[in-house]
Design a protein around this ligand. Structure first.
Ligand code: C2O
Ligand code: CU
Length: 482
C-alpha cells in the first residue's frame, strides 16, 4: 500500500483488539504478485468488505465499527494508464454490496450497480471485476446500494491512475475528505432522516482528512507537491482553499486543466480536485481550509519537511497531460434536457414482471421508502410505488450530445453520470474553467451545459451524488445503444 491513513490511530484488521468483530483474517487490498507473463500484466487486488474497528475520535478515543475494504481505511490503489485491474470483491458484511468505480470509463458489466449491471454480491459471496483503466486521473470506488450506510461507515477506496505528469511533482498525496456520524462514545448516529433527505442531507459530526481530524501532512519543504483532494462525504459540500501557500488547480475530477491559481473551489460529494502546492519552508505550515461554514474550518495542516531547495523559482506548476478522452462534436451534438427538481408524484409505472430491473424494487437496500426528488419529473423507484422509470434518454455510441442540466430546487446537487467523461461548457451563474468531469455541482437554480460522446453501450446511471437525494428519487439512467 502506498498509503496508511494514520498508523497510530488506525488499529484495524486481523490484529484488532475486538474479537467480536471477526474481521477477515488475511488481506489488505494488497498488491499481490502480478499475473503470469502469458497475459497482459494485470494488477491483482482483493477487496474484503468487512466490519473492522477503527478510531476516528483520536488515538485515545473510543473505537467505531467501520466497514472497510481492507486493513486500511480508504485504501489507495495506484496504477498506470492502460494497465489491467483484476479485483476480487469478497463480501463479509451482513448485507449485499458491490463496487462501483466512480469516474472510470469501464465496460458496463464492470460498473458495479446492483440489478442494473450485476447481481448484488450477497453476504459470503464474491465478484470479480476485470477491466483496463483507460484514463489517467484521481478516481475512487464505493458501493451502490444502501450507500448512506455503507459509505457512511467508511466503505470506499481511492484509485489513482498515473501517467499524466509532464514533470514529476516532488510529492503526490491523496487527501480523502469525509465526515462521520459519530456519537461521543464512538457509536454511529443515524445516517439519514426523512426531513434531511428532503433538504441538504445529514451532516457528519466529526470532520476528517484520511480518517483523522485536522491531520498534519508533511510535504517536501519549498518544493511543489501534488495534492489529490477527494470528497468522499455522502453529504457535505466544501468551499476549499489553502492559506499560507501558493496553490493552483491542475485537474478536476482527475482531468487535466491548464493550471489556474486556486482561490477557492466548491467541491461537492464525489468530486475531486488536484492541486499543485508550493510547500511551506522547513517547519512552516499552511492550512487546507473549508470556507463553506459560518466559521471557516481548518481541515489539515501542511508542513514543510526536510531542507529547502537552494533557489526557488517563482511558483509556476507544470500542467498535466489530458487523457485521451472522447471529444464531443459540438456542431453535431443532439440536445438533451435534464431537470433536477423535487418529486412530482407523477411516476411512470412499469410492471414488475415486464421489467428486468424489477428485482431492485423488492430490495429496500436499493430503494428508499419515500421519494423527495426527481429528474425530468420522474423519480427513481421507491419501495411503495413498485416501479422503475424508463431511461431518461436513449443515446448511441459515438454520437455527441449537449445536455442542459437545470436545477429547479433551492438545494445543491452534484450530478454524476456513469461510464462517460463529459465536457463542462458553461454555467449561467459561475465562471467555470472549460474542463472535463464525471460529476458537476449544480448550485441552487443554476443551469449548466455539458457535452458528451458515449463510448460504451449499456445502461448508465445518472444521479445526484448527495446520497440521500440519490436514495430518495434523484436518479435515473441513460440507455446507450451500440
Ligand atoms: Cu459515485 Cu453512481 O456513483
Ligand atoms: Cu441532490
Amino acid at each position: 500500500m502506498a498509503y496508511s491513513p494514520s498508523r497510530r490511530s488506525f488499529l484495524v484488521g486481523a490484529g484488532a483488539a475486538a474479537a467480536c468483530l471477526a474481521p477477515a483474517a488475511r488481506l489488505h487490498p494488497a498488491e499481490l504478485a502480478p499475473a503470469t507473463a502469458a497475459e497482459a500484466p494485470a494488477r491483482q487486488l482483493i477487496l474484503v468488505a468487512a466490519e473492522r474497528e477503527g478510531r476516528l475520535l483520536g488515538p485515545e478515543g473510543p473505537a467505531s465499527r467501520l466497514w472497510t475494504f481492507g486493513d486500511a481505511l480508504f485504501p489507495v490503489i495506484r496504477m498506470r494508464r492502460g494497465e489491467r485491474l483484476q479485483a476480487l470483491l469478497e463480501n463479509r458484511l451482513a448485507e449485499h454490496t458491490s463496487v462501483h468505480w466512480h469516474g472510470v470509463r469501464v465496460p458496463n458489466a464492470q460498473d458495479g450497480v446492483p440489478y442494473m449491471t450485476q447481481p448484488p454480491v450477497q453476504p459470503g459471496g464474491t465478484f470479480r471485476y476485470d477491466f483496463t483503466v483507460p484514463d489517467t486521473g484521481t478516481f475512487f470506488f464505493h458501493p451502490h446500494c444502501d450507500t448512506s450506510v455503507q459509505l457512511g461507515r467508511g466503505l470506499a477506496g481511492i484509485l489513482v491512475v498515473e501517467g499524466d505528469e509532464t514533470k514529476p511533482y516532488a510529492a503526490d498525496r491523496v487527501l480523502a475528505l469525509k465526515d462521520w456520524r459519530l456519537a461521543p462514545d464512538g457509536a454511529w448516529l443515524p445516517f439519514t432522516s426523512d426531513a434531511a433527505a428532503a433538504r441538504a442531507g445529514t451532516f457528519g459530526t466529526v470532520r476528517t482528512v484520511n480518517g483523522e481530524a485536522a491531520p498534519r501532512i508533511d510535504l517536501p519543504a519549498g518544493r511543489d507537491a501534488r495534492l489529490r483532494l477527494v470528497n468522499l462525504d455522502p453529504t457535505r459540500i466544501g468551499q476549499l482553499g489553502i492559506e499560507g501557500a501558493e496553490a493552483a488547480i491542475i485537474a478536476i475530477d482527475g482531468n487535466a486543466v491548464s493550471p489556474v491559481p486556486l482561490d477557492t473551489w466548491r467541491l461537492g460529494p464525489a468530486m475531486r480536485l488536484d492541486l499543485a502546492v508550493r510547500a511551506p519552508a522547513p517547519g512552516k505550515a499552511a492550512t487546507l481550509m473549508d470556507y463553506f461554514a459560518a466559521q471557516p474550518v481548518p481541515l489539515a495542516t501542511l508542513v514543510g519537511a526536510g531542507t529547502a531547495p537552494g533557489k526557488r523559482a517563482a511558483f509556476d506548476p507544470p500542467g498535466l497531460r489530458l487523457s485521451d478522452l472522447p471529444v464531443p462534436d459540438l456542431d453535431r451534438a443532439e440536445p438533451i434536457d435534464l431537470r433536477f427538481a423535487s418529486a412530482s408524484g407523477g411516476l411512470a409505472r412499469v410492471s414488475a414482471d415486464a421489467d428486468p430491473l424489477s428485482g431492485a424494487l423488492l430490495d429496500s437496500f436499493c430503494t428508499a421508502e419515500t421519494t423527495h426528488w426527481s429528474i425530468n419529473k420522474r423519480s427513481w423507484a421507491s419501495r411503495d410505488h413498485a416501479n422503475v422509470p424508463p431511461p431518461l434518454a436513449q443515446l448511441t455510441v459515438g454520437r455527441s450530445y449537449r445536455m442542459k442540466l437545470g436545477n429547479e430546487t433551492p438545494q445543491s446537487h452534484p450530478v454524476h453520470i456513469h461510464g462517460m467523461t463529459f465536457r463542462v461548457l458553461s454555467s449561467n451563474k459561475r465562471d467555470l474553467p472549460d474542463h472535463y468531469a464525471d460529476t458537476v455541482l449544480l448550485t441552487p437554480n443554476e443551469r449548466i451545459e455539458i457535452a458528451v460522446k458515449p463510448t460504451e453501450p449499456g445502461d448508465w446511471m445518472v444521479h445526484c451524488h448527495l446520497i440521500e437525494h440519490q436514495e430518495t428519487g434523484m436518479m435515473g439512467f441513460f440507455r446507450v445503444l451500440a
